[in-house]
Every structure is written in structure tokens, then in C-alpha cells.
Design a protein around this ligand. Structure first.
Ligand code: IMP
Length: 188
């Protein structure tokens, strides 16, 4: 698996340091918001399946009460390009009047998150923000505000720490660039 990686972009140590910082910031930003009467917990909404590794580390770096839910979004299109998006698995939680943070692995064109924000805003949460481990700003097609970003990365196809290619490589502990011939072969 490691032989398929051309270059490590973000090491395991860099990820752990940044995740701890993001957790601290989120805890500070939401401490008062969730301490109201009655108190509520911050709802973390993870996008399946890429965000689960990030989410599991991030939630343990947050020291205010949190609750988890998951949502599944699928994009039509193949290989490394994302196309039109649709909901394939909905939340179980009613998010009306809740403080919600969407946790995502990577923002690329912005289409997935823009669709999701529209969908969730319609359910009237108290607030809705995005936390993404990675951001590829050069690829953005749809403007989207990402409040918490782990790392900005160049326009390269990356895998590891939850991110996949054809469902593989998610368990690599770092974020690495996949050797080009591996995904070019599949696309042809
Ligand atoms: P967007 O809708 O174009 O912003 O794409 C977001 C989704 O595309 C992410 O949730 C990932 O599943 C996938 N994606 C985008 N770039 C990469 C990458 O470099 N590696 C793995 N998946 C990616």
C-alpha cells in the first residue's frame, strides 16, 4: 500500500497536532452556545465514509459535550472527478434549533458541501458550520465557507486518513499523493 504513494503531503504527527488545535478552537467557539437553558450538546455530522477517521480523532479533541450523526452523499461520476450529488443516507437526528458542525474529509469543487449545506439549512438548525481536514482551493467551482480547515493542499489526488481511491487506502495514517499511473489505469 505504501508503495503506491508518490509523496506524503501531511504526516501523522502534523495531522494529530492540527486536529488537537481544531478541537480546542471548536470547544472554545461552542462552549457558551451549548451551555444554554436547557443545555444541549454540539452535533457533529460526519460525511460517510471519508470523514470517519478525522471525526473519531476530532471528537476526542473537543472537551464540550458532543453528539454524533452521519449522512451519506453520493456523487455521480467516476474515478477522481465528482459530478452531481444526491443524498443516499439521511441523519437520524432532528437538527432543528441545534448547533451543527459538518465534518468532512476534503473540500474539492465544493459541490458536495454546497448541496449538503442547502439541505441542512432547510431544517432550521440554530447554526451550521463546516470543518474539513483538507481544502483544495484551486479546484473550487462553487463558493463555500469552510470555518475550520486543517490544511490547504495543492491540486493533487490524495488518499489516507479516511480518504480513498476505489475504497482503498483509507487506513493509511497519513495523507499522501497517489501515484498517478494507479488511478489513470482505472480511468482508461
Ligand atoms: P467536491 O464535491 O468536489 O468538493 O468533492 C468532495 C468529495 O470528493 C470528498 O468528500 C471526497 O470524497 C472526494 N475527493 C475530492 N478530492 C479527493 C482526493 O484528492 N482524494 C480522495 N477523495 C477526494
Amino acid at each position: 500500500m505504501q508503495n503506491d504513494i508518490a509523496e506524503i503531503l501531511v504526516t501523522e504527527e502534523e495531522i494529530q497536532t492540527r486536529v488537537a488545535e481544531l478541537g480546542r478552537r471548536i470547544s472554545i467557539d461552542y462552549r457558551d452556545k451549548v451551555a444554554g437553558d436547557p443545555p444541549q450538546s454540539l452535533l457533529l455530522v460526519g460525511l460517510l465514509r471519508g470523514a470517519i477517521v478525522f471525526l473519531s480523532d476530532l471528537m476526542r479533541a473537543i472537551d464540550i459535550p458532543v453528539q454524533l450523526d452521519f449522512i451519506g452523499i453520493s456523487s455521480y461520476g467516476s474515478g477522481t472527478e465528482s459530478g452531481a450529488v444526491r443524498l443516499v443516507m439521511d441523519l437520524e437526528t432532528d437538527i432543528a434549533a441545534r448547533h451543527v458542525v459538518i465534518v468532512e474529509d476534503i473540500v474539492d469543487t465544493g459541490k458536495t458541501l454546497s448541496y449538503l449545506v442547502g439541505n441542512l439549512e432547510a431544517r432550521n438548525p440554530a447554526s451550521l458550520r463546516i470543518c474539513a481536514l483538507l481544502d483544495k482551493p484551486d479546484r473550487r467551482m462553487v463558493p463555500i465557507e469552510v470555518k475550520y480547515v486543517g490544511f490547504e493542499i495543492p491540486d493533487k489526488f490524495v488518499v489516507g486518513y479516511g480518504l480513498d481511491f476505489a475504497e482503498g487506502y483509507r487506513n493509511l495514517p497519513f495523507v499522501g499523493v497517489l501515484k498517478e499511473h494507479l488511478y489513470k489505469v482505472v480511468l482508461m
